[in-house]
Design a protein around this ligand. Structure first.
Ligand SMILES: *[C@@H]1O[C@H](CO)[C@@H](O)[C@H](O)[C@H]1NC(C)=O
Ligand SMILES: *[C@@H]1O[C@H](CO)[C@@H](O)[C@H](O)[C@H]1NC(C)=O
Ligand SMILES: *[C@@H]1O[C@H](CO)[C@@H](O)[C@H](O)[C@H]1NC(C)=O
Ligand SMILES: *[C@@H]1O[C@H](CO)[C@@H](O)[C@H](O)[C@H]1NC(C)=O
Length: 461
């Protein structure tokens, strides 16, 4: 018997019986069904992740992680071509870099990495396990002689990083994986055949993805390099398996880079393009993937200090992103021997020290009615429905009176500064906003540096 309800439901997903006899949702291999899956709550609550770009590109550590393509792709970069001409013998190949991906004992300390990540206040890690160069950081059966066990490190970098990260209850582990590979002959052949053949997908991409998920059980599958139609990649079939049957079906989140035209439209959270920070409320969950070195995701030896994001700008990016319903994924590129440079360690630990004081306004927050203030620039908002509170992130320290257009006060309203014991007084402007009277606070009593958070309770709106 089929009821109207069944007909309605089956257009999105199929209900099936689990062992417990509880009806669970079965997702179908089409975008409508895949898009209907709610994101596991840990993701939205966590807000902040760390992205790790680490691979053979970390060996030349010059230009950026697209080094190989910029050297030998269809439109070579003169800077990279000259770098090779000036520093290497003419017969040197990109594959020759792999043996110098040393990841040395005594320098690579995954427990030290995990300590930095935990101290940063991030809630998840996304490790690049295969970038467009095709080198796999785990001993893949499908990447013969071009993986971290056969050449270079001679170890399983995904196992080592994931195990270290998982010692911290606050941290979840995820993987980044590139669907395509710039120079893989089977990919080039399929592309040449207008993607009517799928030799690369069935021989390489999908087997790798299943192997990664089954072996390392990541809570994030961050797909990239979707240079081909989603039907070519069999994306919805893989995702239906990921959501229905995989060992992480209840906890995993994924992004939107699953084929031509799919980013910003379908999948799990939306990444749209790199550094996606829309500045206005997004109804659908998104992630702003950005980096500490603004010129490169992979480590560069020639990074200068002014190319490294300041802690002020990093915290501002966090505030803007979460105010608009985003998570932020902050990239750091480790070195070829396995170190995290002190400047990046400093940024991450600074972020953590700030979150120690202000995390209440970040984790588990939701966008408010207003994303930023209507009168004063550099003021962004979140709310905690569970605490009945609204938070204003102040990019500039307000001396004296701070006039805000968005919050509407009533007599029960209270205004405090997170980390500071005494409440602030204020004058209500009714529907036109509020004037917060900020006292003179001695430097030694300031709760934090770089950005400050006001907490409002019992507002009208
Ligand atoms: C992890 O970081 C938190 C701060 O976010 C800290 O309180 C905790 O002690 C850290 N855990 C370990 C094991 O260092
Ligand atoms: C692509 O096709 C062209 C002919 O249409 C052929 O010359 C070329 O070798 C092919 N390339 C690959 C990688 O199959
Ligand atoms: C790929 O898609 C086809 C349908 O086009 C499906 O039958 C098959 O199971 C899928 N394969 C994988 C490995 O997902
Ligand atoms: C609030 O943010 C929007 C979008 O970024 C911007 O256009 C607007 O100027 C901001 N408002 C103020 C008062 O700065």
């Amino acid at each position: 018997m089929i009821s109207y309800f069944d007909i309605f439901i089956s257009s999105f997903f199929v209900l099936s019986l689990t062992q417990n006899g509880i009806e669970s949702i079965k997702y179908e291999p089409n975008w409508k069904s895949i898009d209907s899956r709610p994101l596991p709550t840990w993701y939205d609550e966590g807000k902040i992740g760390i992205f790790l770009h680490w691979g053979v590109f970390s060996v030349p550590s010059y230009s950026n992680e697209w080094f190989w393509y910029r050297w030998q792709g269809p439109q070579p970069f003169p800077s990279v071509v000259n770098f090779m001409k000036n520093n290497y013998k003419p017969d040197f190949t990109y594959a020759d870099f792999a043996k110098d991906f040393t990841v040395q004992e005594g320098i690579f300390k995954p427990d030290h990495w995990a300590d930095i990540f935990n101290a940063s206040g991030a809630r998840y890690i996304v490790q690049v396990t295969k970038h467009h160069e095709g080198f796999t950081s785990w001993p893949s059966k499908y990447s013969f002689n071009w993986n971290a066990m056969d050449v270079g490190p001679k170890r399983d970098l995904v196992a080592e990083v994931s195990m270290a990260v998982r010692k911290y209850p606050n941290l979840r582990f995820g993987i980044y994986h590139s669907l395509y590979e710039w120079f893989h002959p089977l990919y080039l052949q399929d592309k040449n055949n207008s993607f009517k053949t799928q030799d690369f997908v069935f021989g390489k991409t999908l087997p790798e993805l299943y192997e990664l998920v089954n072996t390392y059980k990541p809570d994030v599958v961050w797909s990239d390099g979707c240079a081909g139609p989603d039907a070519y990649w069999n994306s919805t079939h893989f995702l239906a398996w990921l959501y229905n049957e995989s060992p992480v079906k209840d906890t995993v989140v994924t992004n939107d880079r699953w084929g031509y035209g799919i980013p910003c439209h379908h999948g799990g959270f939306l990444t749209c393009h790199d550094h996606y920070n829309p500045g206005t409320l997004m109804t659908r969950k998104f992630e702003n993937a950005m980096k500490l070195d603004w010129k490169s995701w992979g480590y560069r030896r020639d990074t200068t200090l002014k190319e490294v994001i300041s802690i002020e700008k990093l915290l501002q990016d966090i505030a803007e992103t979460i105010s608009c319903n985003g998570n932020i994924l902050i990239n750091v590129g480790p070195t070829k021997d396995g170190a995290i440079a002190p400047i990046y360690e400093e940024r991450l630990r600074q972020m953590g020290s700030w979150l120690q004081v202000n995390g209440e306004a970040v984790y588990k927050s939701r966008p408010w009615v207003f994303q930023n203030d209507t009168l004063t620039s550099g003021v962004w908002y979140t709310q905690r429905k569970d605490l009945k509170a609204v938070y204003a992130f102040l990019f500039n320290w307000p001396s004296g009176d701070l006039t805000l257009g968005a919050p509407q006060a009533m007599s029960e309203t209270a205004v405090t500064l997170l980390g500071y014991p005494a409440p602030f007084t204020f004058t209500s402007l009714g529907s036109k906003g509020i004037v917060v009277h900020v006292p003179d606070i001695p430097f030694s009593k300031m709760p934090c540096s770089w950005m400050w958070v006001l907490k409002f309770t019992n507002l009208v709106n």
